[in-house]
Design a protein around this ligand. Structure first.
Ligand code: AMP
Length: 127
């Protein structure tokens, strides 16, 4: 069926500069900014600049350069926050909510990076 991208979503507006964000990191193909409603002491969203709805859309249609850039941007944010265990940090959780069952609110691919406290169980334990 494929994906159709809604360019009126809030992250598309941030990318166009129509609404502000608290920028954490930017590369040629990616942008990271603070979540407006943080769920942890560190709560950063990392998005590709291209029009991708979710991760499987990105995996199928992004260029190699975009995929490498995005992956490295996520790593750079972890390094910048000092949360990577390899740097002596205490770790973090990455989440990419997708679609209805994944409870995705904004239809532009984003990875949440949550850190700065114990993030707790992975999900509510309901089969
Ligand atoms: P999700 O449920 O995975 O789609 O998460 C969307 C996230 O976007 C939520 O954590 C919101 O708090 C966050 N959010 C919504 N609007 C903004 C905004 N203008 N700037 C930063 N984060 C936002």
């Amino acid at each position: 069926m494929g994906y159709s991208y809604d360019d009126q979503n809030i992250f598309a507006k941030i990318l166009r500069g129509e609404i502000p964000c608290s920028k954490v990191h930017e590369t040629e193909h990616s942008l990271a900014f603070a979540d407006i409603a943080p769920k942890a002491p560190h709560h950063v969203l990392v998005i590709p600049k291209g029009p991708y709805v979710c991760y499987d859309h990105f995996a199928a249609e992004a260029t190699d350069a975009e995929i490498v850039d995005y992956t490295r941007a996520i790593g750079a944010v972890c390094a910048q926050l000092g949360v990577s265990p390899s740097d002596g940090g205490n770790g973090y959780r990455m989440i990419a909510n997708t679609g209805n069952d994944g409870v995705q609110e904004v239809p532009h691919l984003h990875v949440h990076i949550l850190a700065g406290r114990n993030i707790g169980p992975m999900i509510l334990m309901r089969p």
